[in-house]
Design a binder for this molecule. Structure first.
Ligand code: NDP
Length: 294
């Protein structure tokens, strides 16, 4: 079997076209969705991510602001900055690019973002809401995985979903979203003995580890769907995922590549969350009834 390649770029374009229409509609009613991205320090990878997020916003006709603060910014200065963005009516979504410099407490800063503007979905309020299926802003990467599966017509209900990785930004929220979708979920991590025993039993296998090509074809059940969240830089500068693409492709029924798989979906879901935040402010969404939607 040779797997179908799930094209994250094309699926992103599909969702962005819909978001563009909704943005145009909102702008015509007097509200331009606005995203503020705050970056502290000089990390080059983070700067690339931040620029890409701003560009994607602008392409949809959204307002975007990038605030690059010096590495010496203190915790108090950063939280005061976030408070100003909380009070700014032109800003519907706030994203603080992680990781922050060591002297700053990431969690304290995330908790400063007003939950209605927490478009990354990382604050306690949104994480808690996710657990009881009521999140307005599911974290972008795992939400992007769900939207990819939905777009490809791959049902989760009744499937055994195995997630490798239990981080707060990918593995755990992914498990919650898969549970909500009716999957039977197993979460593996660095303390899991005999990982292959679990991955070989997955109908849908999600790899979110950060170790280049660690999931090899012999760890994949024939016909499984393989979603590779990992982004690893090889010594030659090229990017690769957590899955050994060539050997897994020969066994799986569908697989995401790296790059061009989950990565573009993450930014697209950030746009979706920002748009939804603006629609809520404009009264176009019933906050009580409308949760976990596109
Ligand atoms: P973390 O480092 O926070 O988490 C990694 C997880 O993998 C941990 O739960 C860890 O287990 C587990 N793990 C480590 N080694 C093994 C092993 N040998 N066997 C099984 N499990 C293991 O990473 P993130 O969740 O933040 O990111 C994971 C990957 O996804 C990275 O490559 C990152 O770059 C990428 N990523 C991609 C995004 C995208 O847009 N495509 C967005 C976010 C992340 P334990 O908890 O026991 O330590």
């Amino acid at each position: 079997m040779t797997a179908k390649i799930i094209d994250g770029k094309a699926i992103s374009e599909f969702f962005r076209a819909e978001y563009k229409l909704r943005t145009d509609r909102l702008v015509a009613k007097g509200t331009r969705p606005g995203l503020a991205v705050v970056i502290v320090g000089e990390d080059p990878a983070s700067q690339v991510y931040v620029r890409n997020k701003a560009k994607a916003c602008e392409a949809l006709g959204m307002h975007s602001e990038v605030h690059a603060l010096p590495a010496a910014t203190t915790q108090g200065e950063l939280t005061a900055f976030v408070e100003r963005l909380n009070a700014d009516a032109a800003i519907h979504g706030i994203l603080v690019q992680l990781p922050l410099p060591k002297a700053i407490d990431d969690r304290a800063v995330i908790e400063t973002i007003h939950p209605d503007k927490d478009v990354d979905g990382f604050a306690y309020a949104n994480m808690g809401a996710l657990v009881i299926d009521e999140s307005h802003y599911p974290p972008c990467t795992p939400w992007g995985v769900m939207k990819m599966l939905e777009h490809e017509g791959i049902a989760v209900e009744g499937k055994h979903v195995v997630i490798v990785g239990r981080s707060n930004i990918v593995g755990k929220p992914q498990a919650m979203l898969m549970l909500k979708a009716g999957g039977t979920v197993t979460v593996c991590h660095s303390k899991t003995p005999d990982l292959k025993r679990f991955t070989r039993d997955a109908d849908i296998l999600v790899a979110a580890v950060g170790r280049a090509r660690m999931i090899t074809g012999d760890m994949v059940k024939p016909g499984a769907v393989v979603i590779d969240v990992g982004i690893n830089r090889l010594p030659d500068g090229k990017l690769c995922g957590d899955v050994d693409f060539e050997s897994a492709k020969a066994v799986a029924s569908a697989i995401t590549p790296v790059p061009g798989g989950v990565g573009p979906m993450t930014i697209t879901m950030l746009l979706g969350n920002t748009l939804r935040a603006a629609e809520r402010v404009a009264g176009l969404r019933d906050s009580a009834a409308e949760t976990m939607l596109a």
